[in-house]
Ligand binder design. Structure first.
Ligand code: PLP
Length: 381
């Protein structure tokens, strides 16, 4: 394990911003419950840091958590999380024991899934399964990834609703374009999900909590909140795309900081790093920082990244290496140990997640997920 006290490179996790984002989303949801999406180590922010912070919010804490994998659900239970936990993954014979061992809610949307659950509980004595066990049913309305087609969902959910061992605690769908300017497809998905809900209501079939709203939908579609919203990336302070409105105020949770490791002078014609991709035109100072692509600072940043040192912006030069990157600081007086911001704010200067995303041709989700385990996550209150 990397000792954060020894290593100057770190991801600083601002938990007061996390709480502000969460409370702003909750307020926007206008009475709907919140399922906080904390898959992939809370989008790279650190699962324990994030759930501990959210669970400090007393009565306002999330009613549910969601993860991608049963293993992540196990991690949450080991952190003593007591709320219901939905696992988005499909159930398999290899993972089914985890659901029951750790009281995780499976996503059940085919009869094969149901068979896996039934086979597993057959071997349970009634001591373990004294009450019916909750499942959520994912409904496919246009993402074409997971879920039962909305036209077939009614009969599946009605047959599940009278199952002796299981009950439908929730139904949900997932938007493909909720963060885009053109709202036609999201509206169509919403309409199809609503049709199913109306039909279930008319037939008095209990479907538990309906939920649909990812971050884009929380921001753009007030009619998508249903009983519970299901935000991920916005909790961490990022808009899901640059096309959404900023109807919810969000504050970035992660910043990436390090310190100047070395300072040296180079002369015209000297080159920096592997492949000699930077050549000095004049005498200049090069600083190196102890962070590289093994930390999640992508090699695609080569000759493109920026850093803030002592309130000024500098350009990264030469190929990004596994453990170290270099910056051209000209004639500035910069010393070993000076603080460096690679993502975040210092004085009036800021490098945003969208600066990273645009340079790397990706989205904030991927940027934070790729910050590797080697970088310690350090809490800022
Ligand atoms: C099923 C499901 N619901 C909700 C979310 C949260 O989405 P977002 O991070 O865009 O808020 C995700 C994330 O991809 C998801 O897969």
């Amino acid at each position: 394990m990397v000792n954060s006290k020894q290593r100057s490179s770190k991801a600083v996790i601002n938990i007061s911003n996390l709480k502000k984002n969460y409370l702003n989303l909750r307020e926007k949801a206008n009475g709907s419950k919140v399922m906080a999406v904390v898959k992939a180590d809370a989008y790279g922010h650190g699962l324990k840091i994030v759930v501990d912070a959210l669970n400090e919010l007393g009565k306002l804490k999330p009613e549910y958590f969601a993860v991608a994998l049963a293993d992540e659900g196990e991690d949450l239970r080991k952190l003593k999380v007591s709320q219901p936990i939905l696992v988005f993954d499909t159930v398999t014979t290899d993972t089914i024991h985890k659901y029951f061992n750790y009281r995780l809610i499976p996503n059940v949307f085919t009869y094969e899934h149901l068979n896996i659950l039934e086979d597993y509980v057959k071997n349970f004595s009634s001591k373990y399964l004294t009450r019916r066990y909750p499942v959520h049913v994912e409904v496919e309305t246009g993402m074409n990834r997971l879920g039962i087609d909305y036209k077939e969902a009614f009969s599946f959910i009605s047959s599940l609703s009278s199952h002796p061992k299981f009950y439908v605690d929730g139904i949900y769908t997932h938007f493909a374009t909720a963060d885009e300017k053109n709202n036609a497809f999201a509206k169509l998905q919403l309409k199809q999900f609503n049709q199913l809900i109306e039909k279930l209501k008319l037939s008095k079939i209990n479907y538990g909590l309906a939920h649909a709203a990812n971050s884009g939908a929380v921001i753009n579609y007030a009619d998508s909140y249903f009983d519970m919203i299901r935000p991920g990336v916005s909790l961490y302070g990022y808009y899901p795309s640059e096309n959404t409105t900023e109807s919810v105020k969000l504050f970035p949770v992660m910043s990436i900081e390090t310190e100047v490791g070395t300072v040296k002078t180079i002369y015209p014609g000297d080159t920096v790093s592997y492949g000699r991709r930077f050549k000095a035109k004049h005498k200049t100072k090069i600083v190196s920082l102890p962070i590289g692509y093994a930390d999640g600072f992508s090699r695609s940043f080569t000759n493109k990244a920026k850093a803030i040192i002592n309130g000024k912006i500098y350009s990264q030069v030469g190929t990004v290496t596994m453990d170290r990157i270099m910056f051209d600081v000209g004639n500035e007086k910069i010393n070993i140990g000076d603080k460096v911001i690679l993502l975040g704010k210092q004085k009036s200067k800021e490098i945003t997640i969208w600066d990273w995303s645009n340079t790397l041709k990706t989205i904030p989700y991927e940027v934070t997920c790729l910050i590797s385990k080697r970088m310690s996550r350090v809490v800022k209150q």
